[in-house]
Design a protein around this ligand. Structure first.
Ligand code: CMC
Length: 448
């Protein structure tokens, strides 16, 4: 049987053969090239058939070997490794290496990688002045996005994105500096002095040091909390072609430098439907107030008043595997920190949702953001910092996606098509005739 799709255009009776290509394994899907549809024309002057897919519901924008998700079965793998194994056995820097370079590192490779990341943890002193310029209650995510974009001005050579050596240097810098900039944003919002990196500590321990060190000479992270944050960072490191990865690839496709590209990705992450959802979960739980009010709140969700934050996913139509790991880990963290008082409400929300036909029929399950916020809060991170805590590890994924894009000979500047719905050609209307025309078309009220 030929691997082709036969299209018959009923407008013309014309028949077309379009090749079907396959992903690496048959169960990963097959595809046609949208450009092949262009030859389907109703007349020689016709532009050709387009596929219309707002929000990319069924459009692959790239071929990628970084992350695999099977949303129906609740599977997530980085470079083939199940997320459950990585969360149980690995640490964030090792996973970042895996995402970026494709294989788990040998001990020598991991030592080198760790060394070079540590060599780049400091940021230019002017970044402190830059952050000082923000208002005391500026959202840390706004500070992070701006400061990451500002780093571009310190490394003008980073514009040379087609040079693999230059790219590698910026990858070290970005992975190393984003915890420092993030912690600075937090310290500024608290009116606390900035804490310099401590390279005796590991990646996550050093971040905790820059966040929480007070007057002690040396900060020692709690091992349970350090491990928990490592796991959280592993779970958030990549998630294939989500909104922010798509922003990274889209901006990166114009060959903008990685600092401004990453600032765009972080901006996309900030939205409440994406990485901002963990913050919204906490705000929602606080708004509900107590366990006995959960059922009423759910009625309002079902009536369409608002969405249940931390529930639902474009790709997962099953329990998000990351949420499963976090639910278990939350209990370990609470043994150290004491139970988060919002936990009972969260469990009640989940219990009702998993039994309720509204959620069941729509396949709405808890996503990664549902439990992460409860853990972050128990660890004393303020709610405003939650999306920042998502952005730090996701930097590895964004850079892996960016690198793959630049090495992909098929990629060009991202430039979707549109279905034009506006006016056909018309002649310029002189000013004195325009008011009359506007009244006729009722355009004026929309301008008021
Ligand atoms: N609460 C209530 N109803 C929901 C929810 C929700 N959280 N999510 C989806 N629905 C309903 C939606 O109203 C629609 O119902 P109907 O068919 O009656 O119109 C149906 O489920 C399908 O939803 P959709 O909006 O078409 O789904 P989507 O794929 O466009 O949206 C989503 C995915 C994640 C944006 C959405 O589920 C949502 O807004 N969730 C809440 C925000 C959230 O937790 N975001 C974090 C996502 S995970 C972290 C990340 O990767 O960024």
């Amino acid at each position: 049987m030929p691997d082709t799709l036969t299209i018959i255009d009923n407008r013309t009776g014309q028949q077309y053969e379009v090749p079907i290509a396959h992903a690496t394994y048959p169960e990963y899907g097959s595809y046609i090239r949208a450009a092949d549809l262009k030859k389907v024309k109703s007349s020689p002057t016709d532009f050709g058939l387009l596929s219309y897919d707002p929000a990319f519901m069924n459009t692959a924008s790239c071929r990628s070997s970084v992350t695999f998700i099977d949303g129906d079965r609740g599977i997530l793998r980085y470079r083939g490794y199940p997320i459950e194994e990585l969360a149980a056995k690995s640490n964030f820097l090792e996973v970042a290496y895996l995402l970026l370079w494709g294989e788990l590192p040998t001990q020598t490779q991991l030592d080198e990688w760790t060394h070079w990341v540590k060599m780049h943890t400091m940021v230019h002193e002017n970044i402190k002045k830059f952050i000082d310029g923000f208002h005391h209650d500026a959202h840390p995510m706004g500070m992070l996005v701006s400061a990451m974009a500002a780093l571009s001005t310190f490394y003008p050579e980073s514009k040379n994105v087609l040079d693999p050596a230059v790219r590698k240097q910026q990858i070290y810098r970005l992975i190393a500096k984003i915890p420092t900039v993030s912690a600075y944003a937090y310290r500024h919002s608290q009116g606390l002095p900035y804490v310099y990196p401590d390279n005796d500590l590991n990646y996550v321990g050093n971040f905790l040091n820059m966040m929480f060190k007070m007057t002690e000479v040396k900060y020692t992270p709690d091992p349970v909390l350090e491990r928990a944050l490592n796991v959280l960072f592993i779970l958030h490191a990549d998630h294939e072609q989500n909104c922010s990865a798509n922003a990274m690839r889209s901006v990166g496709s114009s060959q903008a430098d990685p600092y401004v590209s990453l600032a765009s990705a972080a901006s996309a992450l900030y939205g409440p439907l994406h990485g901002g959802a963990n913050e919204m979960v906490l705000r929602m739980l606080r708004q509900i107030g107590s366990k006995d009010k959960v059922a009423d709140y759910m009625k309002r969700v079902k009536a369409g008043e608002f969405k249940l934050m931390g529930f639902g996913h474009r790709v997962y139509k099953n329990y998000d595997p990351r949420a499963k790991i976090l639910k278990e880990m939350a209990m370990q963290v609470f043994e150290v920190t004491g139970k988060n008082p919002l936990l009972d409400m969260a469990l009640e929300l989940e219990r009702i949702a998993l039994e309720d036909d509204y959620f069941v029929s729509r396949k709405l399950y808890p996503n990664v953001d549902f439990y992460s916020g409860l853990i972050y809060q128990a660890m004393k991170f303020p709610v405003d910092m939650f999306p920042v805590l998502f952005a730090i590890p996701r930097t590895a994924g964004w850079l892996a996606q960016w690198q793959e894009l630049l090495e992909d000979g098929e990629q060009k500047i991202a430039r979707p098509r549109q279905i034009y719905t506006g006016e056909d050609t018309r002649s310029y209307v002189a000013m004195q005739k325009r008011a009359e025309a506007a009244t006729r078309t009722e355009a004026t009220p929309a301008l008021m």
